[in-house]
Design a protein around this ligand. Structure first.
Ligand code: ADP
Length: 490
C-alpha cells in the first residue's frame, strides 16, 4: 500500500543477502502492520535458519576484501551512506512512523540521530591505531594490532528500528567487519530501507545483509551459535539477552548486550522544579514510554512531592495522543497488543496494592493499542511497576525522605542502564552521581544520548558500549605481534 513516500523504492518487500533482494528459501512471508491503523504495509520474507546461514556465508565471503580496504576507503563508503540517509530523512521518518507508531518529529529525530552514528564512525574508521610497546628483550619488538573481529550478527528491537541498526552496523563496518542484521519482526521496513541506501552508497555485496523473520528465535539462534559469526551485538529484552549469552558461549563469541532498564528519576527538594518536570515529561513519554532509558520510577522527596505531582500532572494534560503522522501528536500507540496488556497488568497491580490514579489509568478512547498518559502516586517497592520495565506511558511516583534512602531505592534493582537526578547541591551531584549503580547518569538533565557518548549499562542491563570513541573497540580484537631476532646495530 502507498504511504506517501517520495522515493517509493525505499519500501522494500524482500530481504537483502549478498547484494540481492531475495525471498525466503521456503518462500514464506509475513505481514508488517501500521500500529495506529492496523493497515498492512508490506509482506516481507519470513526467513529461517537456512536463510540465516546463507547470509552468514555471504558475510564470510565478503570479509577479506572489505577488511583489506584502507580505513579511508571504508570511511568514504560510510560517509556516502550517511549522506543518503540524511538526504532521504523525511521518507525514512515516514516509514518509521508507519511501522512503529512514534510521532513523525520523533521519527525524524531518530533518523538523524541514527545517521550521526554513521557519520561518527566514518570518522573513527580512520583513527583505529595500535601500539608499539617498550620491549622486555633487546632483540624483540612488541606491537599491538587492532583487527576486525570478523562476521558480526546484529539483532535489533522495534522501539528504535533505524538507529539501533546504525549504532551497530556503522562501527562494525568502520572496523572492517561484515554484518548480518536480524531486525525486529514488528519493524523490518526501516532496516530494509537502510540496506537499500547502503547498496546505493556502494557498500559491496555481502558486507551488510538483512534477514527478516516473523519470530526472532530461529534466525537469532543461528546467529548466536554459528561458528563463522565472531561477534554478537544484541539490543532487546534481558530475558532474550541472557539466552543469547548462553548460546554464544558455545563458540565463545565476543558479545555486546544492551538490555532492559529500570531508570530511576530522583527529584530532591532543592531541584529546579520547572527543569525537573520538563525532563521527567520528556524521558517518561518519549516513544510512548517505550525506550530502555525511559523513566521507570519517578522518586520525589516528600517535602516537594505534592507540588511536583501537581505540576507534572498539568504537563501530562498537554499531551496529545493520536496517529503519529498527525500534526501536534505527542504520543502514538503502543507497538502491539502484548505491550498494551503488559501496561494494563502493571497499572491494575499497582492500583490493587494501593496506588492512586492521578491521571489516565485506562486504555485510550482511540482504541487499538492506544493507552492514556498515566500518573500514579503512592507507588511502593512491592508493586510490579517498581521492579519491571513498564515500556508504556505510565509514570509511577514514589516518595522518599533522605538522600541515602533515595540512592538505596534507586539501586534496588538488578538493572543498571540509565538514571537521572535533579538537585542544585554540588556535593550531592558528586555523591549521588557516584553512588548510582548505572552505566549512564544524568544530573539536572534528561538528555545525554548522542553518538559522542558511551551508551550502555551495568548489572543485568548489559555488556559493552555503543557510540563514542569506545564504541569501535567492541568490533576489534587486540592482537600482539612480537618480532624477534633483531640484531643490534653493528
Ligand atoms: P521485546 O520484548 O522488546 O520485543 P525481544 O528481546 O523479544 O524484546 O526482541 C528483541 C529482538 O530479539 C527482536 O529482533 C526479536 O525478534 C529478537 N528475539 C526474540 N526472541 C529471540 C530469541 N529467542 N533468540 C534470538 N532473538 C530473539
Amino acid at each position: 500500500m502507498s504511504i506517501g513516500l517520495a522515493d517509493t523504492t525505499l519500501l522494500r518487500n524482500a530481504a537483502y543477502i549478498d547484494g540481492h533482494w531475495v525471498q525466503a528459501a521456503k518462500e514464506k512471508t509475513f505481514q508488517v502492520h501500521n500500529p495506529a491503523t492496523s493497515d498492512v504495509l508490506a509482506n516481507v520474507p519470513d526467513m529461517d535458519a537456512e536463510d540465516a546461514r546463507r547470509a552468514i556465508q555471504a558475510a564470510e565471503r565478503a570479509l577479506p576484501e572489505w577488511r583489506a580496504l584502507s580505513a579511508k576507503q571504508r570511511s568514504q563508503k560510510l560517509r556516502a551512506w550517511y549522506d543518503l540517509i540524511t538526504e532521504h530523512a523525511d521518507d525514512l521518518a515516514l516509514l518509521l512512523t508507519s511501522e512503529q507508531g512514534k510521532p513523525l518529529p520523533e521519527a525524524k529525530g531518530e533518523i538523524l540521530s541514527g545517521a550521526s552514528f554513521v557519520e561518527w564512525f566514518a570518522e573513527e574508521a580512520k583513527r583505529i591505531d595500535g601500539d608499539l610497546l617498550p620491549s622486555q628483550a633487546p632483540d624483540r619488538r612488541e606491537l599491538v594490532l587492532k583487527q576486525a573481529v570478523g562476521v558480526v550478527g546484529a539483532i535489533t528491537p522495534w522501539n528504535f528500528p533505524s538507529s539501533m541498526i546504525t549504532r551497530k552496523v556503522s562501527p562494525a563496518l568502520a572496523a572492517g567487519c561484515t554484518v548480518v542484521i536480524k531486525p525486529a519482526e514488528d519493524t523490518p521496513l526501516s532496516a530494509l530501507a537502510l540496506a537499500d541506501l547502503a547498496e546505493r552508497a556502494g557498500i559491496p555485496a555481502g558486507v551488510l545483509n538483512v534477514v527478516t523473520a516473523s519470530h526472532g528465535a530461529e534466525v537469532g539462534t543461528e546467529l548466536a551459535t554459528n561458528p563463522a559469526v565472531r561477534k554478537l551485538s544484541f539490543t532487546g529484552s534481558t530475558a532474550v539477552g541472557k539466552l543469547l549469552m548462553e548460546q554464544a558461549a558455545g563458540t565463545v563469541k565476543k558479545i555486546s548486550l544492551e538490555l532492559g532498564g529500570n531508570a530511576p528519576f530522583l527529584v530532591f527538594e532543592d531541584a529546579d522544579l520547572d527543569q525537573a518536570v520538563a525532563a521527567a515529561m520528556q524521558m517518561k513519554f518519549i516513544n510512548a514510554g517505550q525506550t530502555c532509558i525511559c523513566v521507570n520510577r519517578l522518586m520525589v522527596q516528600d517535602t516537594i512531592h505534592d507540588e511536583f505531582v501537581e505540576r507534572f500532572a498539568a504537563a501530562v494534560d498537554q499531551l496529545t495522543v493520536g496517529n503519529g503522522t498527525e500534526m501536534g501528536v505527542k504520543q502514538g500507540p503502543l507497538i502491539n497488543r502484548k505491550g498494551l496488556d503488559k501496561v494494563e497488568t502493571l497499572v491494575t497491580d499497582a492500583v490493587g496494592k494501593g496506588a492512586q490514579v492521578v491521571r489516565g489509568g485506562e486504555r485510550h478512547a482511540l482504541g487499538g493499542t492506544f493507552y492514556q498518559p498515566t500518573v500514579l502516586t503512592g507507588v511502593t517497592p512491592t508493586m510490579a511497576c517498581f521492579s519491571n520495565e513498564i515500556f508504556g506511558p505510565v509514570a509511577g511516583i514514589i516518595r522518599f525522605s533522605s538522600e541515602q534512602e533515595a540512592v538505596r531505592l534507586a539501586n534496588d534493582t538488578p538493572y543498571g542502564l540509565a538514571a537521572y537526578f535533579f538537585t542544585r547541591d554540588m556535593g550531592r551531584i558528586w555523591r549521588v552521581g557516584e553512588g548510582l549503580e548505572y552505566g549512564m547518569v544524568g544530573a539536572n538533565t534528561g538528555r545525554f544520548v548522542s553518538e559522542t557518548i558511551p551508551f550502555g549499562g551495568v548489572k543485568e542491563s548489559g555488556i559493552g558500549r555503543e557510540g563514542s570513541k569506545y564504541g569501535i573497540d567492541e568490533f576489534l580484537e587486540t592482537k600482539l605481534l612480537c618480532i624477534g631476532g633483531i640484531e643490534p646495530l653493528g
